[in-house]
Ligand binder design. Structure first.
Ligand code: ASP
Ligand code: MG
Length: 449
């Protein structure tokens, strides 16, 4: 058989029958073996609302939302010709949803386990219908609906479970036919723990799922099909001169995803790197455009390739007078971050204090803040954005700092970090400054190249 391709289609690519058909055509043209799909656009958000309304006992709101999801999915299914088997299966998912909602309204409690189970319904519904669409287009193939939970094994950290790579590889090798006779349609985002409970990989996790499938079967190519034509030099909504980048290295792509480029889930690159699988990012609405290729080595390595932004950042400064000439403080501090599973993006230190940036939402975690206070005095400043320049050999370009600072000499930079990797240069600015900062830097450092 030819190359083994795993293709992932996002929510908008599942949004209606026409989008599903376009996605299926891509699967056919590329001879993809595994098609990994997101929930239809907006469905996961609705399921989250249902979970919240149900656990506060608000049945009427739940019913309204369920009605919306029902109309949408039944509507698409009807247009496909309405196979009785699929309809029965879809009805059983709605029965499952009703039962979950009844339980939550009764108990007025939302457990992490119930939450993950509830959210899994979005991908299970979209994949069920998409299987029919693919089967209609590929009558000569065995088009199978694969339950991702039988392959994507995870720990039991509900809400954002950690995949168990060895188990995934074992299940994928045992369960997936590589002959090319079978085309699998499966769900992104979901998995199951060792007890068989449904888990999710975190919001936007379908890209990650697709990468895990690709790793599990040692695929030749991983394709991420979305509604934009590839990875852009910056968010085109902010800078209309932004351009699609034809080729990116894994390191650049990983930094971009980590520092706010919305197009790929940040965890997606690691599985591809482990198996050296090239990743393609393109639009299912414009499949013939060149898109972006992400691979180990690339020909063109500009020092500044892209500019990303992470909004809603807070700067937390931890100060302790006893840190002077002391050791062990950093260990103690980061142990708190680790224990609360809070990720740190940028760090700077001085003799008696450490400043770190975190997502604003972290500040809602009262027990985390309390534990930090045990380590030192803390000061919190919110309302920032982290702007990152992503590129190559950034630590070796003497003139870069000069051009950055002269381009944005009127802006107060609250914190900076450079040096940990040669691929990024981060600085923290007030939220309201971030857009003009990005526009000016894009013009000076990218458009001028
Ligand atoms: N449906 C999930 C979400 O909206 C996963 C995904 O689409 O990647 O977060
Ligand atoms: Mg996504």
């Amino acid at each position: 058989m030819g190359a083994f391709i795993v293709s992932k289609f996002g929510g908008t690519s599942m949004g209606d029958l026409a989008s599903m058909q376009r996605s299926a055509v891509i699967g056919l043209e590329r001879s993809s073996t595994i098609l990994v799909v997101s929930a239809t656009s907006g469905t996961t958000d609705r399921l989250i609302e249902i979970a919240k309304f149900a656990s506060s006992g608000n049945m009427p709101e739940c019913e309204k939302l369920i009605f919306g999801i029902r109309e949408k999915h039944l509507g698409i299914l009807k247009q496909t010709g309405n196979s009785l088997q699929t309809l029965t299966q879809l009805e059983s998912y709605f029965t499952e949803l009703d039962l979950l909602v009844q339980n939550l309204t009764l108990l007025k409690e939302l457990t992490p386990r119930a939450y993950d189970h509830m959210l899994s319904l979005g991908e299970r519904m979209s994949s069920l219908i998409f299987r029919d669409v693919v089967a209609q287009l590929m009558p000569h193939k065995n088009v199978t609906l694969l339950d991702a939970r039988t392959i994507i094994k995870t720990d039991s950290n509900f809400g954002k479970a950690t995949p168990q790579i060895n188990l995934i590889e074992k299940e994928a090798t045992a369960k997936i036919d590589r002959s090319g006779e079978t085309v699998y349609v499966t769900q992104g985002f979901i998995g199951s723990d060792l007890q068989g409970n449904t888990t999710i990989l975190g919001r936007g996790g379908s890209d990650y799922s697709a990468a895990l499938f690709a790793e599990g079967v040692s695929a030749d190519v991983l394709e991420i099909w979305t509604d934009v034509a590839g990875v852009a030099t910056t968010d085109p909504r902010m800078v209309k001169e932004a351009k699609i980048i034809p080729e990116l290295s894994y390191s650049e792509a990983a930094e971009m995803a980590q520092y706010g480029a919305k197009i790929l889930h940040p965890a997606t690159i690691a599985p591809a790197v482990r198996k050296n699988i090239p990743v393609f990012v393109g639009s299912s609405f414009a499949k013939d455009l060149p898109g972006t290729w992400i691979r180990t080595s690339v020909e063109n390595k500009p020092s500044v390739r892209a500019i990303t932004k992470r909004s809603s950042q807070a700067l937390v400064t931890i100060t302790t007078p006893t840190m002077y000439n002391a050791y062990g403080f950093m260990g103690e501090l980061f142990e708190v971050f680790g224990r609360h599973r809070v990720s740190v993006d940028c760090v700077t230190t001085s003799e008696i204090s450490v400043a770190v940036t975190v997502d604003n939402t972290t500040l809602e975690n009262a027990s985390f803040i309390k534990d930090l206070e045990k380590v030192g005095n803390i000061q919190i400043e919110a309302g920032y954005s982290l702007v990152s320049l992503i590129g190559n050999e950034l630590t070796h370009k003497a003139s870069l700092a000069k051009s950055i600072f002269s381009t944005i000499d009127d802006v107060n930079i609250r914190m900076m970090s450079l040096g940990a990797s040669s691929y990024n240069f981060n600085f923290l600015v007030k939220e309201e400054d971030s857009k003009p900062v990005i526009q000016k830097l894009h013009k000076a450092l990218i458009e001028a190249q």
